[in-house]
Design a protein. Structure first.
Length: 150
C-alpha cells in the first residue's frame, strides 16, 4: 500500500517535472528551480534577508560607519551559505549554486574591506558590483514548488 502510494508519488513528480517545467519556463523565459515547499520558503526568506542586509549596508555607508557595514555584510557572508536541493535532477542547478556562492563570497570580501578601512565610495562600488549577482540570477531563475505531500 505504502509502496503503491510512493510509486504514484514518484510518477506524479515525474509527470509534474516533465509537464510543468517547460510550460512555466515558456511564460517569461526564466528557468524554474523546483524545491520542496519548506525549502522554497526558506530560500525566499533568505532573499528577504539579502534585501534587509543591503538596506542596512546603504544606511551604514551614508553614515560612513565602516563597523556597521562590516557587521551587516558579515551576516550575509560565507557563514550564511547553504545548498539548495531541488527535487528534480536539474542541470541548471550548479550555475544557480555558483551564483549564490559567489554572492556570499562578495559579502564576505565587503566585510573584510570595510574592516580594512576602504572608503564609503569604494565600498559602494563593491555593493554595486555585488548586486550584479542579484540581477543576473533574477533574470535567469525563478522558484517553483511541488504540493506539500512531496
Ligand atoms: C542564485 C540566484 C539568486 C541570487 C544570487 C539572488 N536571488 Fe533573489 N531570488 C532568486 C529567486 C529564484 C527568487 C524567486 C523569484 C520567483 O520565483 O519569481 C528570488 C526572490 C527574491 C526576492 C523576493 C522574496 C520573496 O519573499 O518573494 C527578493 C526580495 C530577492 N530575491 C532579493 C535578492 C537580493 C537583494 C539579492 C542580491 C543581494 C538576491 N536576491 C540574489 C534567486 C536569487
Amino acid at each position: 500500500m505504502y509502496l503503491t502510494k510512493l510509486l504514484s508519488t514518484v510518477t506524479a513528480a515525474a509527470v509534474l517535472s516533465a509537464v510543468t517545467l517547460p510550460a512555466v519556463a515558456e511564460q517569461d523565459g526564466r528557468h524554474s528551480i523546483v524545491l520542496r515547499p519548506k525549502e522554497q520558503a526558506m530560500m525566499l526568506e533568505d532573499m528577504r534577508r539579502y534585501l534587509h542586509g543591503i538596506r542596512k549596508i546603504t544606511t551604514a555607508l551614508s553614515r560612513e560607519d565602516n563597523a556597521a557595514v562590516e557587521k551587516a555584510a558579515r551576516e550575509l557572508g560565507t557563514i550564511a551559505i547553504y545548498e539548495v536541493k531541488p527535487i528534480a535532477n536539474d542541470p541548471l542547478v550548479p550555475r544557480f549554486r555558483s551564483l549564490a556562492t559567489r554572492l556570499h563570497e562578495e559579502f564576505e570580501e565587503m566585510a573584510d574591506a570595510a574592516k580594512e578601512g576602504e572608503t564609503p565610495n569604494q565600498l559602494l562600488r563593491r555593493l554595486s558590483k555585488l548586486m550584479n549577482q542579484c540581477v543576473k540570477c533574477h533574470e535567469t531563475y525563478k522558484t517553483g514548488s511541488y504540493p506539500q505531500q512531496y
